[in-house]
Write a protein that binds this ligand. Structure first.
Ligand code: ADP
Length: 251
């Protein structure tokens, strides 16, 4: 569904991604692990179509997302395709990014109404369903400031799910949470993963969670995929020294 071919990304003189080859299949669950600064967020931002490669190709379906202009800059290869791709992606971030002046129900309803032009009634019903799914059916009229971090993160998930994405991106969604709130958020992600139909890309430091949920794990190190395979191959049986020392810090 998504294919990276020899993708490079530099910011000024800094080469952040140095030739990424990657394939994500429909409904596949992929965990991305690696030290800070290895390029994980940059890959996520490329999947979100927020960053363009410096060189290389990113295909969604069989269409290239970007094309190079004569001046060497990348632009959308096809604006319509890019818009469709953006509509298929759901995102959850480390810092929730909820709208503080809206109730949690309104937070969920706003994109279906304004982006997808869904009828208010339909958006409302579906938002309630999704908030119930993440265990917040009794908080519909609360504001984000009235919720715990774990609850806020669950709202962020419901808000993404309402849009029926084909791909969900999770960028260190438990990193900003107090330890006792991590479990409830991972539990919801596990539930979503079990339903199966969406592809999920998760940047995470929760190795047991990755073992449990991921079909495939990528170890990113200094801008290259230094190791990839099944969760068990990468997390439990790899001989890669740098991966070993990275894992020692988390297990
Ligand atoms: P990770 O998510 O693995 O911590 P990132 O993808 O955030 O890594 O960053 C990788 C490297 O790219 C870091 O050295 C970071 O400073 C650099 N970087 C990321 N975004 C930018 C940017 N917009 N401008 C300059 N440097 C950046």
């Amino acid at each position: 569904m998504v294919t990276f071919k020899d993708v490079h990304k530099s910011f000024g003189d800094v080469d952040v991604l140095k030739g990424i080859d990657l394939e994500i299949k429909p409904a596949e669950k992929v965990a991305v692990i690696g030290p800070s600064g290895s390029g994980k967020t940059t890959i996520i931002r490329m999947l979100m179509t927020l960053e363009q490669p410096t060189s290389g190709d990113i295909f969604v379906g069989d269409q290239n997302l970007w094309k190079m202009e004569k001046n060497g800059e990348f632009v959308a290869a096809n604006e319509k395709h890019l818009r469709e791709v953006r509509g298929d992606i759901g995102m959850v971030f480390q810092h929730f990014n909820l709208f503080p002046h809206m109730t949690i129900l309104e937070n969920c309803m706003t994109a279906p109404i304004h982006v997808k032009k869904e009828a208010k009634k339909v958006a409302r019903q579906r938002s309630i369903e999704m908030l119930e799914k993440v265990g917040l059916g009794d908080k519909l009229d609360n504001y984000p400031s009235q919720l715990s971090g774990g609850q806020k993160q669950r709202v962020a998930m419901a808000r993404a799910l309402v849009m029926r994405p084909k791909v969900m991106l999770f960028d260190e969604v438990t990193s900003a949470l107090d330890p006792e709130l991590v479990g409830e958020v991972l539990e919801v992600i596990r539930d979503i993963a079990k339903e199966g139909e969406m592809a999920m890309i998760l940047v995470t430091h929760e190795m047991d969670f990755a073992l449990d949920v991921a079909d495939k794990v990528l170890f990113l190190d200094e801008g290259v995929i230094a190791e990839q395979g099944s969760a068990s191959e990468v997390i439990e049986h790899s001989k890669n020294d740098r991966l070993q020392s990275f894992l020692h810090r988390f297990r």
